[in-house]
Design a binder for this molecule. Structure first.
Ligand code: SF4
Length: 350
């Protein structure tokens, strides 16, 4: 068992055991099997908020469409957003597009974390991941997975108000344990351990390669670490309008300069369609959907509504239902619209 100091003192054993396990057990993934800087960057952006199994088909399509920084840099933003559609958190796609343009304009890509952090969408974790994996730069990656492992190895019961402050607190230990002769594999091994063994709930301690130096794993209370304050979720209710006429659906198009969802279509809120929530809520309920975004628990009620009165505002557009698949919709809205259209098709068959 090991306190932080004992763990650091025995770091050579820790690194050796971890790396041996990684080489024997690492999942086969496209950015590992045939690595390149571009694949590492794209996969790191996609994985920022999304699980590996969801990312894999998106990454395959993305690499076929935009095989390198130059191809991505030259693509129009609408095409980039369309390819990202369904992955959510679209600022990642815009940042990745702008990053590709910045890289394509330089004689060669930067090699140090500080230079990568100047680029759009790159924080400390992503900069460490890219530079350690692609350039063997000795930077430790510290994300939720790594925090969880380190807090359990040392049974550190410090309370943290959020994951960002926990990541900052564990960075010195992560750096002290880093195998500086092979930082890319070391970082990937830590991520792999967090993703496949040291689960948030029910970690597989009995088959964990580093259990010999893990206080919580040996003591049997790993789920008590790290001690993160529970997120306070704010409840938000949104009323949306399903307005249809003669095979056309009215959609809201977020303007190009908007901070979020720029150039994306969505079902309009009641206010965007020129109605009050109460007006729209009187219409037939098409669907009620709940989703969590960061600290918000959002309940969206979609009701059939009448077309807005008077001249249509510039940010609303009638889109033929037959062309819905060709426009860029935010992921949940594409799902909701598809569900409604499939429901109708089933009813017609019956
Ligand atoms: S022994 Fe258990 S708690 Fe410790 S690192 Fe391994 S899986 Fe995580």
């Amino acid at each position: 068992m090991a306190s932080s100091a004992q763990l650091v003192a025995a770091k050579a054993d820790f690194q050796r055991t971890l790396l041996a396990w990684y080489r024997a057990h690492a999942r086969s993934l496209p950015w590992r099997d045939a690595p390149s800087l571009y694949k590492t960057v794209v996969s790191e952006f996609m994985l920022q908020q999304t699980q590996v199994k969801t990312v894999l088909p998106y990454l395959a399509r993305w690499l076929a469409q935009f095989p390198d920084f130059a191809a991505l840099a030259a693509a129009p933003e609408a095409q980039v957003l369309k390819s990202w559609e369904g992955l959510g958190y679209y600022s990642r796609a815009r940042n990745l597009h702008r990053l590709a343009q910045a890289i394509a304009a330089q004689p060669e890509p930067p090699r140090l974390p500080a230079a990568w952090r100047e680029l759009p969408g790159v924080g400390p974790y992503t900069a460490a991941a890219i530079t350690s994996i692609s350039f063997s730069h000795p930077a430790a990656c510290v994300d939720g997975n790594v925090v969880r492992i380190l807090a359990r190895l040392t049974a550190d019961a410090t309370p943290f108000r959020d994951s960002a402050s926990a990541a900052r607190a564990f960075t010195p230990l992560a750096e002290a344990l880093l195998a500086t002769d092979n930082p890319g594999d070391h970082n990937q091994a830590m991520m792999e351990l967090g993703a496949t063994v040291c689960f948030r709930q029910k970690p597989l301690c009995l088959s964990c390669p580093v259990r010999g130096c893990c206080i919580a794993g040996q003591r049997g209370d790993p789920e008590d670490f790290p001690q993160l304050a529970a997120k306070k979720m704010e409840q938000v209710a949104v009323t949306r309008a399903w307005i249809e006429r003669e095979g056309l659906l009215l959609l809201h198009l977020t303007p190009a300069g908007a901070r979020r969802f720029a150039n994306m279509h969505e079902l309009p809120t009641a206010a965007q369609a020129g109605w009050s929530d109460d007006d729209v809520a009187r219409g037939k309920l098409i669907a009620k959907k709940k989703r969590g975004i960061t600290r918000y628990q959002i309940t969206e009620s979609i009701h059939a509504a009448d077309a807005p009165r008077g001249k249509l505002p510039a940010d609303l557009a009638w889109v033929p239902l037959t062309e819905i698949t060709t426009i860029t919709l935010s992921g949940p809205h594409r799902r909701w619209i598809s569900e409604e259209l499939s429901k109708r098709r089933r009813q017609m068959v019956i």
